[in-house]
Design a protein around this ligand. Structure first.
Ligand SMILES: Nc1nc2c(ncn2[C@@H]2O[C@H](COP(=O)(O)OP(=O)(O)O)[C@@H](O)[C@H]2O)c(=O)[nH]1
Ligand SMILES: [Mg+2]
Length: 393
């Protein structure tokens, strides 16, 4: 019996639709092809990932004993601004980092707080490592809201951000934390004698055994800054950050690095509405809860003058500038982009995003996984634009 043409067409459409659905489900939440756009057809983390090229310092070849006065550790520390209430989550971070890396190298930890650490905090963190642990207060003058900030205007602006569902907008300590991390941490006297830092946060995870001294890697390869994850920011939190940055650059054109990341910073095709909201800045930034950096860069005339300019402009309070976009713009403008390193081999998670390489040294995350949770998080990945304009080094 002949089947009428419209019925045949309907049947064919249903079959095609079913095939499409099966394909979509098969792709899974982290499907590598559907979400990756903008010059990245395949996540580089799906390819086998090894250690960086070149000579690496290993614990078995050098003296990394925890209490040795003449150890081969370079001039570096693990640092964290942290609250007493976060002890439990910080111990979880330390446990991961010790297991995957620091039990071999024994770099010291320095914890910072705006209030004194409790005895319990000191005891428990020291018990989590063989390395030295130091506890430091943030000087009052580094934490207090600066005198030129108008608190009535802060409250008014914070309310406007709250109305747009911006997290922590009215929480003054969050603004203080972002400001300290942007431009004051490197001025703490406890860091004066150090060259490199690795920032950690409570409740982050490390998945991969890292068998070389990453600080020595930074030093030997003249690296200024290392990151794992890069993301788009909420433009509402930084509308005047780029205009203020442009004003600073107009007054100090010689500060711009010859090999800067201008095209990455101002990229406007991947998420045009973000670049518009950021008034010319794509909002793509290194996620600074993980960062390994050269303190001499942050202490440089360029970066510090940049921070002073931003601080005076007031956006740490009247908007909600984060230290991540501020560090990223500083690095992107004043550093040599060849000296910025993607630590693709350091498996890392701060909820909800991941850096998870394909390597037998890793366990506990899925290679190429960028996020956990709702699918819409995939679009926060701005690595494609970074890889396109800067590279995968
Ligand atoms: N001592 C201290 N640490 C803070 C304060 N606010 C945030 N931090 C720390 O700053 C870092 C970033 O804060 P977090 O709440 O994780 O911000 P998020 O990652 O942006 O959600 C974490 O290491 C916190 O422990 C504060 O008021 N005092
Ligand atoms: Mg955090």
């Amino acid at each position: 019996m002949a089947i009428a043409r419209p019925i045949r067409m309907l049947g064919a459409t249903c079959i095609l639709l079913a095939l499409f659905l099966v394909f979509q489900i098969h792709q899974g939440p982290n499907g590598s092809s559907s979400k990756l756009t903008y010059g990245m057809s395949r996540d580089p983390l799906l390819d086998p990932t090894g250690e960086p090229a070149g000579e690496l310092w290993r614990a078995e070849d050098h003296n990394y004993a925890p209490d040795s006065a003449k150890s081969d550790r370079t001039n570096a520390a693990l640092i964290s601004l942290v609250r007493n209430e976060e002890l439990h989550d910080l111990l979880s971070t330390m446990k991961d980092l010790e297991r995957t890396w620091n039990n071999k190298f024994n770099y010291p930890y320095i914890f910072f707080n705006d209030v004194p650490f409790t005895e319990e905090f000191k005891r428990e963190t020291q018990a989590a490592t063989k390395a030295k642990v130091q506890f430091e207060l943030v000087p009052k003058e580094h934490w207090e809201v600066p005198s030129w900030i108008d608190m009535a205007l802060f409250k008014e602006s914070a309310q406007l951000l709250e109305d747009q569902n911006i997290q922590y907008a009215s929480k003054i300590s969050y603004h203080q934390m972002c400001r300290w991390n942007s431009g004051l941490f490197y001025k703490h006297p406890a860091l004066e004698k150090y060259r490199y830092y690795w920032r950690i946060e409570p409740n982050v995870r490390f998945f991969c055994n890292v068998d070389y001294d990453v600080f020595r890697y930074m030093e030997d390869h003249n690296k200024t800054y290392g990151f794992t994850i890069s993301l788009y920011d909420a433009p509402q939190t930084i509308p005047s950050l780029w205009p203020e940055t442009r004003a600073f650059l107009a007054a100090n054109p010689s500060y711009l690095s010859d090999n800067n990341m201008w095209d990455w910073i101002t990229e406007d095709q991947a998420r045009p509405e973000h670049t518009q909201g950021g008034n010319g800045y794509s909002t793509c930034h290194f996620w600074s809860n993980f960062e390994i950096g050269d303190l001499d860069f942050f202490r440089s005339e360029q970066y510090d003058a940049y921070f002073q300019h931003l601080d005076r402009a007031g956006g740490f309070f009247y908007e909600r500038w984060g230290d991540a976009p501020v560090h990223s713009l500083g690095v992107g403008l004043f550093a040599d982009s060849n000296n910025v390193h993607w630590f693709r081999d350091i498996g890392y998670n701060h909820i909800p995003f991941y850096n998870c390489p394909n390597s037998p040294k890793c366990s506990g995350c899925e290679a190429g996984q960028f996020f956990a949770g709702a699918d819409f998080l995939a679009k926060e990945d701005c690595r494609p634009s970074y890889f396109k304009y800067v590279g995968t080094h």
